[in-house]
Design a protein around this ligand. Structure first.
Ligand code: HEC
Length: 398
């Protein structure tokens, strides 16, 4: 019953998190696009202090948008702030992290072959990791580095790369990815709370008092918002990556995260330039080639494991599935962590294994992703034999 309830909480908060995330990132994409697409306004608008304007059509209506150089003469009654999207995305994400990775630490966060942490230690390490990364970023923002956008970008990339490596020393492969993603998300939400919002409040109060706002606040906010802009695509990649063990469960999963994250940030650059009227499709082409290069580099090698010999019969294979997989993957799992077969997969019989898909199973066994956290204690010999057997079966099935 408890596991069932946890699943519902997980479902609800994941759903909520995706909705708020769409609202946040969607608004952020929209405003970046807006800012970069503004055109020179007619003179009568310029006289009112308007710096740029644009026309759009959407949902059956015309929209006229104007951006003021400083602010309107009089504060409008309703001013939309766009901050709750960011805060609720962070809050729901944190709750989800807690439900999936901290309540389920022995399943998803701890990998005894990486580091044998107890549950409280693993949760402490997770929270400490997030806090340390966040403090380092906020610390860097207070050094002269903030006056050099490119250098800051490079340093930030290195910090995140190191964090990916450190997470990989502490947590399970999946847990490591999600912690790097959560760190980026926390940095982004922190940028809204500690940089962008104060700058906007400064702007509003200056306009209300008829003073000119402090430009330093605005520049600082701009830097933070540029970082958020480049982090969006890498964060989204990490959030969906937990469906793809070929990436995160790879021997060099931490480096793949760095490589794909870097490519994603680079691809974002294309859109930023394009909004400014600079069209450089070569960036996307290079990005796609690099991504294809990564995919080729980690493609499973042809014959890593010797094929199962004749004596390795289907009966022997099923016996291994029975002892190492069926503890979870059966209608009534005996593993205390599960009340229903995970991923809806039962592997009791040859037919069930076949219908689950030989290639799919081979993928998760080869990468070491299954048995989950090796809770059922599969040996290396069994793994090699099963992978060999699955390859043979896969060939015959073609
Ligand atoms: C401790 C419980 C446990 C054991 C033991 C276990 N699994 Fe799993 N398995 C899971 C969970 C949980 C998931 C869902 C994981 C997810 O959502 O990424 C899963 C998912 C899968 C998937 C689907 C992956 C996908 O995304 O396509 C396959 C295939 C699989 N397991 C095969 C196996 C095989 C083969 C074994 C035995 C060698 C095994 N599992 C042993 C818990 C287990």
């Amino acid at each position: 019953m408890e596991a069932y309830l946890t699943d519902w909480f997980s479902l609800f908060f994941r759903w909520f998190h995706v909705i708020t995330g769409i609202a946040w990132i969607g608004a952020s994409f929209y405003f970046v696009w807006l800012d970069n697409s503004l055109e020179e306004p007619p003179q009568w608008k310029k006289d009112k202090g308007i710096k740029g304007d644009l026309w759009a059509i959407h949902g059956g209506g015309f929209y006229e948008v104007a951006k003021y150089r400083l602010g309107p003469e009089k504060m409008p009654e309703h001013l939309h702030w766009f901050k709750w999207e960011a805060y609720t995305t962070w809050l729901t994400g944190f709750v989800l992290l807690w439900i999936v990775y901290y309540l389920g630490a022995d399943r998803y966060l701890i990998d005894a072959t990486t580091l044998a942490l107890s549950v409280p230690e693993a949760i402490g390490a997770g929270l400490g990791f997030l806090a340390a990364g966040f403090i380092i970023y906020e610390g860097l923002l207070r050094t002269p580095l903030r006056y050099n956008g490119l250098a800051f970008g490079i340093v930030l990339f290195i910090v995140l790369a190191v964090s990916s490596y450190v997470a990989n020393l502490l947590f399970s492969a999946r847990g490591a990815y999600i912690h790097v993603g959560a760190l980026m998300g926390s940095i982004m939400a922190g940028n809204v709370l500690f940089g962008i919002m104060p700058a906007q409040r400064g702007l509003v109060s200056a306009v209300e008092k008829g003073e000119s706002p402090d430009p330093a606040l605005g520049e600082f906010a701009k830097l933070r918002s540029t970082h958020n802009n480049y982090l969006t695509l890498p964060v989204l990649f990490i959030m969906i990556s937990n469906h793809y063990p070929m990436v995160y469960a790879h021997e060099y999963g931490w480096a793949l995260l760095v490589a794909i994250g870097g490519i994603a940030a680079f691809a974002r650059h294309f859109f930023n330039l394009r909004h400014k009227g600079v069209n450089k499709p070569i960036i996307l082409v290079i990005g796609a080639i690099l991504l294809a290069g990564v995919a080729a580099a980690i493609a499973p090698t042809k014959a890593p494991i010797k094929p199962a010999d004749e004596s390795f019969t289907d009966t022997k294979a099923i016996a291994i599935f029975q002892s190492r997989c069926v503890t979870c993957h059966s209608a009534n799992p005996t593993d205390e962590l599960f009340t229903a077969p995970p991923a809806g997969l039962t592997l009791d019989t040859l037919e069930q294994v076949e219908s689950a898909g030989y290639a799919r199973i081979k993928g998760v066994v080869e990468t070491g992703y299954m048995p989950l956290a090796n809770r059922s204690g599969m040996t290396d010999e069994e793994r090699a034999a099963i992978v060999g057997w699955l390859s043979e079966k896969g060939k015959k099935g073609q």
